[in-house]
Design a protein around this ligand. Structure first.
Ligand SMILES: Nc1ncnc2c1ncn2[C@@H]1O[C@H](COP(=O)(O)OP(=O)(O)OP(=O)(O)O)[C@@H](O)[C@H]1O
Ligand code: NI
Length: 352
């Protein structure tokens, strides 16, 4: 990452749901910056708040969730945008034209009785775009994702394989030229080869269309092949953030280390990472001190009573652990990563 200009700035972000059994806090005081043109990965176990955090970038948290704090988008030209203050019509534009999101499970969102062509046309129409020019762009985008444009535009979603649908959806999300693409578990329903080829493809798209990517996944091995930086979520907040190499070779939060330890071979994907001992946090609970203390071998009275702020490990890396410099000794990682992500070439293939 040569350019560290900020495109997204998130401060004191909270997402809450009023539940019968109490207030559920599913994102808690999160702070994060996204740099222009980077690929930021967000990882964490199921229910840790990844989708809620990412949705809040577009003020798209599901009803009746309440999002508070500040989300600021910095366009290349023009004034900063305070995303949580946008009106509905402003948001509708912002969501496609500045930041697009492919939601978790969105592959089923193609209308089964509508041709793919119509999805592109309607998106262009809704945003008052020139249709012929927009459809030209659609064809370019479909080619960029290794699909035959005319064939795909003439198809219904059910005629496409999972991988083809996913790529068509990525092309659709880029048709209004957003600066940022947020992908929530885009490879979850795909087979291994297809997952790998989506990664290669995202890298190519990013370079070609000058994109900033935010990529959410359970799949740490996959993320290490794609992300410049990785944010680790645990219990509704970010507990560690750093470059991919920082996290692979110098993980400084006990949770990140436990996660790496459950993924000994970074070339083999894991579907489920919920195998770290101890029970999962409940968003209705208010845990005193560090949210990880019930599962942490380093936890002491300090950790049980005071919540650790993000500590600077090095200029690219932060960890929300009082004892970040003891984490390596306390939580050894049994199998060291076999090779560096920066020199690794992702296996490619799939139904291109
Ligand atoms: N509609 C909802 N109403 C209330 N709580 C919700 C709702 N959707 C999700 N939650 C809760 O919010 C918390 C965070 O959910 P989120 O979907 O962000 O997790 P996640 O990290 O994306 O998980 P996954 O990896 O399974 O997608 C979870 O505890 C979940 O139970
Ligand atoms: Ni999710």
């Amino acid at each position: 990452m040569s350019n560290t200009e900020t495109i997204f700035e998130v401060r004191d972000l909270n997402v809450t749901f009023q539940m019968n059994r109490g207030q559920s806090r599913v994102v808690r005081d999160a702070d994060i910056d996204v740099a222009r043109n980077e690929t930021l990965g967000i990882i964490g176990e199921s229910g840790s708040g990844k989708s809620m955090l990412a949705s809040s970038f577009l003020n798209a948290v599901v009803e009746p969730g309440v999002t508070t704090g500040e989300v600021t988008f910095y366009p290349e030209d023009g004034n900063p945008v305070s995303v949580l203050d946008l009106s509905d019509s402003e948001l509708n534009r912002f969501r496609w034209e500045a930041v697009a999101m492919v939601f978790q499970g969105a592959m089923s969102s193609f209308n089964p009785v509508t041709k793919i062509r119509t999805h592109f046309r309607e998106t262009l129409q809704d945003h008052n775009r020139d249709i012929p020019a927009g459809m030209d762009r659609a064809r370019d985008l479909l080619e960029s994702v290794y699909l035959d444009p005319e064939r795909i535009l003439d198809s219904y979603a059910h005629e496409l394989s999972g991988g083809m649908k996913q790529r068509a959806l990525i092309a659709l999300s880029l048709v209004l030229e957003p600066d940022v693409l947020v992908l929530d578990e885009p490879t979850a329903a795909l087979d291994l080869l297809m997952q790998r080829s989506i990664v290669t493809l995202l890298r190519e798209l990013q370079a070609e269309y000058d994109l900033t990517l935010v990529f959410i996944t359970h799949d740490l091995p996959l993320l290490t092949k794609l992300a410049d930086r990785i944010a680790v979520m645990y219990a509704f907040n970010i507990v560690e953030i750093g470059t991919t190499d920082d996290l692979l070779y110098n993980a400084s939060h006990p949770y990140t280390r436990a996660l790496l330890d459950t993924t000994p071979d970074l070339n083999v994907p894991v579907d489920e990472m919920d195998i770290i001992e101890g029970s999962k946090p409940d968003p209705v609970d208010q845990i005193p001190g560090c949210s990880y203390h019930p599962r942490c071998p380093l936890a002491d009275d300090h950790c049980r009573s005071e919540e650790p702020a993000m500590m600077t490990v090095r200029n690219t890396q932060e960890s929300a652990c009082f004892y970040y410099n003891q984490a390596a000794d306390a939580v050894p990682i049994s199998a060291a990563p076999s090779h560096s992500p920066t020199t690794d070439t992702a296996t490619d293939g799939g139904d291109r």
